[in-house]
Write a protein of this length. Structure first.
Length: 193
């Protein structure tokens, strides 16, 4: 029964689960469940390899990282290489790939929103880089893709990108295919393998 309780709390994730929800799921009373939860809590605390604690926030029970691991976990979670690209980042990356060299202002005009944060994220992941400056007032930065971008997507050159016209013919809109998360989803943790 302890394993079932531990499993339900695990699956509940960040939302956690209440004592009454556990009791209903396991066909037990809350008074029967409470000592079992305490036993799971103690087992996690006592096990030398356990990185988690079972805590109660309000009415809900959930797992959290043990306090002594907080700095390490925080650094890992904030590392740009551990996060997948969001839809806005993928859109920005595709625009740079198809229209390079391109300024942030032009990207903003195409997307209809500011792309500054997306450009910073893509630069930090080595997918785009500064390729020059436009000979215009303020000398805005021109962006282009990196060799890592080509390597990651197994492209020998930008000519290997699918033509935008083909994308428009084969889908409801070009942006649905061009910005498809399945096509462009990146987990840069793979780059170390």
């Amino acid at each position: 029964m302890l394993r079932k309780i531990a499993g339900i709390i695990f699956v509940a994730g960040e939302e956690g689960v209440t004592l009454n929800e556990l009791a209903a799921l396991l066909n037990l009373s809350p008074t029967e469940i409470k000592p079992m939860i305490e036993e799971v809590q103690q087992t996690l605390k006592d096990h030398p390899l356990s990185p988690i604690d079972l805590v109660q926030f309000g009415e809900r029970f959930l797992y959290v990282t043990q306090a002594d691991l907080d700095p390490l976990i925080k650094n890992f979670a904030q590392s740009p290489l551990q996060q997948k690209l969001s839809r806005p980042a993928i859109e920005t990356l595709a625009i740079v790939a198809y229209r390079q060299p391109i300024t942030r202002m032009t990207i903003d005009e195409i997307r209809g929103v500011s792309s500054q944060a997306m450009l910073q994220k893509l630069v930090s992941r080595d997918l785009i880089k500064e390729v020059g400056k436009l000979e215009a007032p303020g000398r805005p930065i021109l962006y282009g893709v990196t060799d890592y971008f080509l390597n990651y997507f197994a492209l020998s050159s930008l000519e290997d990108l699918p033509p935008i016209e083909d994308l428009a013919l084969n889908s409801q809109t070009a942006s649905e295919e061009l910005f498809s998360l399945k096509r462009w989803e990146i987990n840069l943790f793979d780059q170390e393998e």
